[in-house]
Design a protein around this ligand. Structure first.
Ligand SMILES: Nc1ncnc2c1ncn2[C@@H]1O[C@H](COP(=O)(O)OP(=O)(O)OP(=O)(O)O)[C@@H](O)[C@H]1O
Ligand SMILES: [Mg+2]
Length: 497
C-alpha cells in the first residue's frame, strides 16, 4: 500500500518535507538528510527523534579551521582554532605558499615535538588552508605493514594520491534538460526472439530552444548508468558520447523527493555548444582506473576508464605509462599538475626499507610535498640497531626541513581549553578553566581536554549548566592521568606481574 503519510516542517521551519512510504507493520526508519529522523509506523504516527549526528561529529581536531595567519604570513596569537605555537604555524604557512606556487616538488618537512603539542593539528591546518582542490593525503607510518601489499607499494600509492591533475578541455557537448527519453527497439538482427535497442531518442531543452537527438545504443547505456530520467539536466560529449548528469532541473524542485537532489537551472545558450570542462583527478585515480589497460594512450580515454570497475594490479610499468601520458599532456598545456601534500604521521614507525624508498621517491619529478610528524627523540631506526634522531636515518633527515613544536604555557592551555569547550557546547566558568589549565600543565593537554565532558556531566548532576572549579576538582580525584597511574603502579603491590 502506498500512502502519503504527511508533511511537517523541520526544526528551523525553512523547508517542508512530505513523505511517501510503503506501509508495513514494522516501524520504518527513514533517515532524512535534513538532519531530522522520523519514525513512521503503520498508524501514520510520526514521532520526531533528535538526531545525534551533529553532536557525535565533534572529534579531537574539530576546532582546527586553518593556520590562523595574516596575509603576510604572521601568526595571530589565537585564530582559526589554533593557539600559540607561532613559529611552527608560520613555517607551515610557508609550506602552504610553496604548494600554492606549484613550483616545487619533493620537499619534505618534519614536525617534531613532544606528544600533544599540536603536530597533527598543524598538518590538518595545512590541509584546511589548501582547500578542497589540492590533494591532501594523510597516512600513519604503521599503515605500510600489511601481509598482502608490499610496504613500498603502500607508500607509492599514497604518494600518487597526493598528486593531482587538473584537466581543462574545451569540449563539444550537447547540454540541456531532458524532455524525452525513448529507446527504440527493433528485432534482433542476429535472429532469435530478443529485441535490441537500435537507437534512443533524447529531447534536450535549454532556455534558448530545444533539440531532438537520435543516439547510438551505447549512449543509451551511459544514460542508464547515470540514472537519467526526464527532467534531469545532462550533457553528452559529442565525440566520445560520454554522458554526465549535472543534476535535476530546478523546474522540478517542488516535487516530493526523499533523496538529496541537486537542483540546477536550465542551461543557457544552444543545446549544441562548446563547453570548458575542468576535472580534478589524482594520479592514483588514473592508475587505478587504468589498472586494466583499455587501449588508447591519451588522457581522455584514461579518464573514461575511471567508471569501469574491472581492475588488475597496478604495476610499475603501468605507472610509467601513465606518467608518460601525463607529462605529454602537461607539455601540451591540456593538463596542469597540482602537487599536494602527503602527510605521514608517526614517521618513526616506518622501517629502513621505507626510508630508502622515500629517499628515491622524493627525488622523482612527480612528487608531492611530504610532511612527516614524530614525537620520538633519539631512538632505533625500525628494522636496525642504529640509533638516530627521531628514528629517521640521517640521510633522509638531511633532505628535510625540521619544524619544532613547543610545549604550551598554562595561559595557552587555558585558551585551547576554552576553544574546545565552545566547540563541545560546554560552558565553563573562569575558575573551571584555570583549574583545567593547571591540570594540563601538571599532566598533559590531551588529558585536560578529556576532562571537559566528564566535568560537565558532574555539573549537570548537581543541577548546573556551567562547569565550576569544584566539578573539575571532583573529576580530577576520580580519574588518573598516565603519570599518576604509572606512579601508583610503581609502588602498588598485589598486581599481577
Ligand atoms: N596550538 C593549538 N591550538 C589549539 N588546539 C591545539 C593546539 N595544539 C594542539 N591542539 C589540540 O590538542 C590536542 C592534541 O594535539 P595533537 O593531536 O595535534 O598532538 P600531536 O603533537 O600530534 O601529538 P602526538 O605526538 O601524540 O601525535 C588535539 O585535540 C589538538 O587539536
Ligand atoms: Mg599526532
Amino acid at each position: 500500500m502506498k500512502v502519503r503519510l504527511g508533511s511537517r516542517g523541520t526544526t528551523n521551519g525553512s523547508f517542508d518535507i512530505s513523505i511517501y512510504a510503503v506501509c508495513t507493520r514494522q516501524t520504518i526508519l527513514l533517515d532524512i538528510v535534513h538532519r531530522n529522523i522520523f519514525i513512521l509506523t503503520a498508524g501514520a504516527l510520526i514521532e520526531e527523534v533528535e538526531s545525534t549526528t551533529k553532536t557525535a561529529r565533534i572529534a579531537v581536531h574539530t576546532h582546527i579551521k586553518g593556520l590562523g595567519l595574516t596575509p603576510e604570513g604572521v601568526a595571530l596569537p589565537i585564530a582559526s582554532g589554533l593557539v600559540g605555537q607561532e613559529k611552527a604555524r608560520e613555517a607551515c604557512g610557508v609550506v602552504v605558499d610553496l604548494i600554492k606556487s606549484k613550483k616545487m616538488a619533493g620537499r619534505a618537512l618534519l614536525l617534531a615535538g613532544a606528544p600533544g603539542t599540536g603536530k597533527t593539528a598543524l598538518a590538518l591546518g595545512i590541509s584546511q588552508e589548501l582547500g578542497g582542490k589540492v590533494p591532501f593525503c594523510p597516512m600513519v607510518g604503521s599503515e605500510v605493514y600489511s601481509s598482502e601489499v608490499k610496504k613500498t607499494e603502500v607508500l607509492m600509492e599514497n604518494f600518487r594520491r597526493a598528486i593531482g591533475l587538473r584537466i581543462k578541455e574545451n569540449k563539444e557537448v550537447y547540454e540541456g534538460e531532458v524532455t524525452e527519453l525513448t529507446p527504440e527497439e527493433t528485432e534482433n538482427p542476429l535472429g532469435g526472439y530478443g529485441r535490441t535497442v537500435s537507437h534512443v531518442l533524447v529531447g534536450l531543452k535549454t532556455t534558448k530552444g530545444g533539440k531532438q537527438l537520435r543516439l547510438d545504443p551505447s549512449i543509451y547505456e551511459g544514460l542508464q548508468k547515470e540514472g537519467v530520467t526526464v527532467g534531469d539536466v545532462i550533457y553528452i560529449e559529442a565525440n566520445s558520447g560520454a554522458v554526465k548528469r549535472v543534476g535535476r532541473s530546478d523546474a522540478y524542485s517542488t516535487e516530493f523527493d526523499l533523496e538529496a537532489e541537486e537542483y540546477v537551472p536550465i542551461p543557457k545558450g544552444d543545446v549544441h555548444k562548446k563547453k570548458e570542462i575542468v576535472q580534478d583527478v589524482t594520479l592514483h585515480d588514473l592508475d587505478a582506473s587504468n589498472a586494466k589497460p583499455q587501449g588508447g594512450g591519451d588522457v581522455m580515454s584514461m579518464m573514461a576508464a575511471m567508471g569501469k570497475n574491472k581492475k588488475t594490479e597496478i604495476t610499475e610499468k603501468l605507472r610509467t605509462e601513465i606518467n608518460k601520458v601525463v607529462n605529454r599532456y602537461i607539455d601540451q598545456g591540456v593538463a596542469e599538475l597540482v602537487p599536494g601534500v602527503l602527510f605521514v604521521d608517526e614517521v618513526h614507525m616506518l622501517d629502513i626499507e621505507c626510508f630508502t624508498f622515500l629517499n628515491r621517491a622524493l627525488e622523482s619529478s612527480l612528487s608531492p610535498i611530504v610532511v612527516f610528524a614524530t614525537n620520538r627523540g633519539v631512538c632505533n631506526i625500525r628494522g636496525t640497531d642504529v640509533l638516530a634522531p627521531h628514528g629517521v636515518p640521517v640521510d633522509l633527515l638531511d633532505r628535510m626541513l625540521i619544524v619544532r613544536t613547543m610545549p604550551y604555557s598554562v595561559e595557552e592551555m587555558v585558551q585551547i581549553m576554552s576553544i574546545r569547550a565552545a566547540v563541545e557546547g560546554i560552558t565553563v566558568s573562569e575558575g573551571g578553566l584555570t583549574a583545567l589549565g593547571s591540570i594540563g600543565a601538571r599532566t598533559s593537554l590531551r588529558y585536560a581536554v578529556q576532562m571537559l565532558t566528564p566535568s560537565s556531566i558532574i555539573a549537570k548532576t548537581t543541577g548546573r549548566d556551567e562547569v565550576a572549579e569544584e566539578d573539575v576538582g571532583e573529576i580530577d580525584e576520580l580519574f588518573f592521568d598516565s603519570k599518576a597511574s604509572a606512579r601508583l603502579l610503581k609502588d602498588a603491590e598485589g598486581y599481577l606481574k
